[in-house]
Design a binder for this molecule. Structure first.
Ligand SMILES: NC(=O)c1ccc[n+]([C@@H]2O[C@H](COP(=O)([O-])OP(=O)(O)OC[C@H]3O[C@@H](n4cnc5c(N)ncnc54)[C@H](O)[C@@H]3O)[C@@H](O)[C@H]2O)c1
Length: 388
């Protein structure tokens, strides 16, 4: 039977544009049982020359510079939103109005109100929707989910999430879009806490109450000499205000009685992409660290006393989630595979006429936690997470 093809319009061609293009290109080759196959139709960005070069490099049929025209095209099935946060809501809502499947980067929106409007738009227009909380799709994380669901570590007491980077410690690092609230919504909070909040919700359960602190260490930075299109770029001698947080930490209570600590920073020298969680339950503990993403640490209290201790599982066996599609045991996979797995799952859901997971509802719930932490930090008190 001929496969159903889905034409993809990808808005944004840099970091995530590159990661998502790779996922759409690889997915059908490694997961041939999929009934839907993505087609790299059009890549969209603001700068004609750069987007043309990127389209050629990533293998798109066409390029474009006006996302509004792109999302209105009859021949587009999936709109992939890989832009900074200020465009997530406008592009997703417009795409939903045109009946497109919308797959959006995280955080879903720049604030809770926008996130609600996005959910309303996809629901009113009856379209499928997904959010790139890609770390769920690391085989070791999916396996942790399976172990927790099977009760292997028992009742969960603690979630301890840290997401540490160090790329803006230099005070001369320029004021890129990630440091400007009007573009990014928040700083490291929406960027990295969003990921660990999503993992915590998925692995442990809903968060009911938070108490947070957000801090900006360097309040002014050199303005960019040219466009802010890139992560880096040339710094000018003029200074501008940093309007977002550099570090964001919070305590959390889960609905099921577990408690959690969350820490995200861009000021942890030596930590590059240190996305680590530890979960302690009544029967054992589980530890994951993205920088060693093929491994999962597991401690079981039921092990014989003499040899009890954390074991390191190489999550590369055929029995582990996603792994059989790739290489023999021990032949490790990487960061980019998390996106391929997310796209695989989204396409499978779409072919079954189901909603992808994670989707805009997860994005909204995560946004509600993010916003409660901001309120808590501003007002210096515990805050209940609004029911989204
Ligand atoms: N899931 C993850 O692990 C992960 C990792 C990094 C970034 N992100 C998220 O992905 C999104 C994009 O981040 P990035 O790192 O790719 O940023 P980036 O700066 O590398 O790329 C942003 C892209 O958006 C495009 N863009 C901006 N304004 C546009 C417009 N008006 N029309 C068309 N294109 C426009 C730029 O041209 C650029 O190609 C953000 O929401 C970010 O939080 C997610």
């Amino acid at each position: 039977m001929a496969k159903r093809t889905l034409n993809v319009a990808l808005i944004g061609y840099q970091f995530m544009g590159k990661a998502h293009s790779n996922a759409y290109r690889q997915v059908a080759r490694f997961f041939p049982a999929l009934e839907c196959q993505p087609v790299l139709k059009v890549l969209c960005g603001r700068h004609e020359e750069r987007v043309r070069a990127a389209a050629e490099k990533y293998g798109f049929e066409e390029y474009a510079t006006d996302w509004q025209q792109v999302v209105a095209r009859d021949d587009i099935d999936i709109v992939d939103v890989s832009t900074p946060g200020n465009l997530h809501a406008p592009i997703s809502i417009e795409a939903a109005k045109h009946g497109k499947i919308v797959l959006c980067e995280k955080p879903l929106a720049n604030n809770l109100l926008e996130a609600r409007e996005m959910v309303q738009a996809v629901e009113q227009n009856g379209v499928k929707h997904g959010v790139f909380f890609n770390y769920r799709k690391a085989p070791a994380v999916s396996y942790a989910k399976q172990l927790i669901a099977e009760g292997v570590i028992g009742q969960i007491y603690h979630f301890r999430g840290t997401y540490l980077q160090d790329w803006i410690v230099d005070p001369n690092f320029p004021l890129v879009w990630r440091l400007r609230k009007e573009v990014s919504g928040s700083g490291v909070h929406g960027d990295l806490n969003a990921h660990i909040i999503d993992l915590a919700r998925w692995l442990v359960g809903e968060i009911s109450e938070v108490c947070g602190m957000m801090h900006t260490f360097i309040k002014q930075r050199p303005l960019l000499a040219e466009s802010d299109d890139r992560l880096g770029g040339q710094a000018s001698t003029q200074m501008g205000e940093v309007t977002v947080d550099d570090a964001a930490v919070f305590l959390a209570r889960f609905e099921n009685g577990a408690i959690g600590t969350f820490e995200a920073t861009r000021f942890a020298l030596g930590r590059k992409n240190y996305n680590r969680f530890e979960i302690n339950g009544s029967k054992g503990s589980i530890v994951f660290n993205l920088e060693r993403m093929n491994e999962l640490e597991l401690y079981l209290e039921t092990d014989p006393e003499g040899t009890r201790g954390f074991r390191t599982i190489q999550v590369t066996e055929g029995v582990h989630p996603y792994v059989s599609a790739w290489w023999p045991p021990g032949h490790i996979i990487g960061y980019e595979h998390t996106f391929t797995h997310l796209v695989r799952d989204a396409l499978e859901a779409i072919s079954k006429d189901e909603q992808p997971s994670p989707n805009f509802h997860d994005g909204l719930k995560c946004q509600a936690v993010l916003e409660a932490v901001e309120v808590s930090a501003n007002e210096r008190r515990w805050v209940e997470v609004p029911k989204s």
